[in-house]
Design a protein around this ligand. Structure first.
Ligand code: ZN
Length: 261
C-alpha cells in the first residue's frame, strides 16, 4: 500500500456509519481525492477533531491499487479557519467555493493554481481581509481562467470592436457567446445581462496580476453588484445547474440587505 502525502483542503465531509467519515480533499499534489477516516467519529483522539470543512491539513493516505477511496492514516492541522466556521456569511461563501471545486474537478487531476486560489480566498475571508462579495468575484473570475472558460471582456463577441472603443457606457454580456456584445450587435443576442464598462475594467484588473494585489482593488457598489451577477450567472451557465450552496448564499444575501463591501 503506497503512501500519499500532500497539503490538502477539506471540501466535503460526510458521515459514514456510526464511526467513520468520508472526506473529499482538494490536494496540492493530486487534485481532488476521497478518503475514509476510520473511527474519526467514534473517537476524537484518533484525529483530534481536526477533520472539519475547509481546514488545511497535511495528510498521509494509503490506497489499494484497485480502489478509488483512500484510507486516511494521519492528518496534521495547518489552518482551521475559525474565522470562517464561526460566521454564517463567511461559511456560505467558503461552501460555495468548495462545492464549485468539487463539482468541476476530476478526481486525481493535479491543479496547483486552483489549489492556491482556493487556499488564498479562504485565508483572506478567514482573516476578514476581504468581504465575501469581493472574494467571490476574485475566485470566480480566476476560476474561469483556470477552468478554460474565461469570459471575453476585451471586445464585442460579434463585430470584434474593442471594449475601449465602444461609445456607450453600458454593454451586454451574452452567455451563449461567453462574451460582451456592443449595442449595435445586441439585437443578435438572446441570453444576456447588462453591465457598465467601469465594471468590466475592474473585473479585468482582478483577473490579472498577483492574487494579493487583486484582493485589494476597491470596487464601487455598482461593480460589486454587476460583477457578482455576471460571474455567478456565468459559472452556473457553464456548470449547467445552480448549486445548493449558491441558492443558500443568495438567500442570506437577501436577508442581509444591500451588498457589503
Ligand atoms: Zn458589436
Amino acid at each position: 500500500m503506497p503512501n500519499f502525502t500532500s497539503s490538502a483542503i477539506v471540501i466535503r465531509r460526510i458521515d459514514f456509519g456510526d464511526y467513520d467519515l468520508i472526506l473529499t480533499f482538494f490536494t496540492l499534489k493530486r487534485g481532488k481525492i476521497s478518503a475514509i477516516a476510520k473511527s474519526a467519529k467514534k473517537s476524537t483522539k484518533r484525529f483530534g477533531g481536526i477533520l472539519e470543512l475547509f481546514s488545511v491539513l497535511e495528510i498521509v493516505c494509503s490506497s489499494k491499487m484497485d480502489r478509488d477511496l483512500m484510507i486516511l492514516q494521519e492528518a496534521d492541522l495547518k489552518n482551521s479557519f475559525s474565522g470562517i466556521s464561526t460566521d454564517l456569511n463567511r461559511t456560505a461563501y467558503a461552501s460555495y467555493f468548495a462545492e464549485l471545486v468539487n463539482e468541476w474537478t476530476e478526481p486525481g487531476a493535479r491543479q496547483e493554481d486552483l489549489y492556491r486560489l482556493l487556499r488564498h480566498v479562504l485565508e483572506q475571508i478567514d482573516a476578514g481581509m476581504i468581504s465575501g462579495e469581493i472574494s467571490s468575484i476574485l475566485f470566480l473570475i480566476r476560476f474561469a481562467s483556470i477552468a478554460g472558460i474565461r469570459p471575453n471582456l476585451l471586445k464585442c463577441s460579434i463585430c470584434r470592436l474593442e471594449t475601449d472603443k465602444i461609445k456607450e457606457e453600458r454593454v451586454a454580456f451574452d452567455f451563449s457567446r461567453s462574451g460582451i456584445i456592443c449595442r449595435k450587435c445586441a439585437g443578435k443576442s438572446i441570453s444576456r445581462l447588462s453591465l457598465s464598462k467601469g465594471t468590466i475594467k475592474q473585473l479585468l484588473w482582478v483577473e490579472s496580476g498577483g492574487l494579493e494585489k487583486a484582493g485589494k482593488i476597491k470596487f464601487t457598489p455598482q461593480a460589486i453588484k454587476e460583477g457578482l451577477d455576471l460571474m455567478e450567472t456565468f459559472t452556473t451557465y457553464h456548470l449547467g445547474k445552480e448549486m445548493q450552496s449558491l441558492k443558500f448564499l443568495k438567500r442570506i444575501r437577501k436577508e442581509d440587505g444591500p451588498y457589503q463591501y
